[in-house]
Design a protein around this ligand. Structure first.
Ligand SMILES: NC(=O)c1ccc[n+]([C@@H]2O[C@H](COP(=O)([O-])OP(=O)(O)OC[C@H]3O[C@@H](n4cnc5c(N)ncnc54)[C@H](O)[C@@H]3O)[C@@H](O)[C@H]2O)c1
Length: 251
């Protein structure tokens, strides 16, 4: 399938996990992808494995680095059709016991990082009538113990997506979000011990009961690929939930 043939793509946080799966699937579907991560070694390895078009690293909390990485990607690719804002971090803490510095940090990565990256890519996306896919979360749609600040950042990402979509509609640039449930990555592995301690339920049982199974990074990449493709040409300002029915269920 070559639904992304020739698309020029920049993916933040794509050295590992969901971002890497997105970079891999987009490449497989014909896109030319520039991998970007805070972890420069992981980015280099991922790009090599995937056969990506190149690497342009940045820490999304640093606006100067973000602007430089986007310009580097545009030079490499000859323009930009798709930005995937995937870089994100989690914090596990009861909300009102969370140190303020850590609250500021998660907003800097998940919200401000998404904002500055969208801003830096916009002139190029307007030129190509391209699109943005923001990786939010079901945590942006409901509350979860220990994930208070994370939930707030992901709700903010959904709102940034809506407003950017509406404002950019006249330019032809589409902006959408993806809201995954729990997926099999290092982020979730890091959360499991605290979750099990708080709920007294084995995480596997919780996942089986609420989601059927753990999501895979490829599940999320599939939805991102659809939204980035021309098949989604009438879709903007939306957020796509993929969670095995978790948020649909009251019991
Ligand atoms: N795993 C899940 O269950 C899940 C569910 C819903 C949403 N998400 C979201 O998906 C995205 C990817 O999550 P993941 O599970 O693959 O996480 P991960 O921790 O496995 O990978 C995240 C990647 O982002 C990079 N990164 C972190 N901070 C960065 C920064 N400041 N600048 C640039 N890169 C940075 C890391 O180096 C890493 O390569 C995140 O936005 C996350 O919130 C994950």
């Amino acid at each position: 399938m070559s639904e992304l043939a020739g698309k020029r793509v920049f993916v933040t946080g794509s050295g590992a996990g969901i971002g890497k799966a997105i970079a891999a699937l987009f490449t497989e579907r014909g896109a030319r992808v520039v991998v970007s991560d805070l972890d420069t070694l992981a980015a280099k390895q991922a790009a090599g494995e995937i056969g990506a078009a190149g690497v342009a690293n940045c820490d999304v909390t640093d606006e100067t680095q973000v602007q430089a990485a986007i310009e580097q990607a545009v030079d490499l690719l000859g323009g930009l059709d798709v930005l995937v804002n995937n870089a994100g971090i989690e914090v596990s803490s009861p909300l009102l016991q969370q140190p303020t510095e850590s609250f500021d940090r998660i907003f800097a990565v998940n919200v401000r990082g998404t904002f500055v990256t969208m801003k830096a890519a916009t002139p190029h996306l307007v030129e190509s009538k391209g699109n943005i896919v923001n990786i939010a979360s079901i945590a942006g749609l409901g509350g979860s113990p220990l994930l208070g600040s994370y939930c707030a950042t992901k709700a903010a990402v959904i709102q940034l997506t809506r407003v950017a979509a509406v404002e950019m509609r006249p330019t032809g640039v589409r902006v959408n979000a993806v809201c995954p449930g729990f997926a099999d990555t290092a982020m979730v592995e890091r959360l499991v011990p605290d979750f099990e301690a708080a709920t007294q339920v084995p995480f596997g049982d919780l996942v089986a009961a609420k989601q059927g199974r753990l999501g895979t990074p490829q599940d999320i990449a599939e939805v991102a690929a659809f939204l980035a493709s021309d098949r989604a040409s009438w879709i903007t300002g939306s957020h796509y939930v993929l969670d095995g029915g978790l948020t649909a269920s009251l019991v």
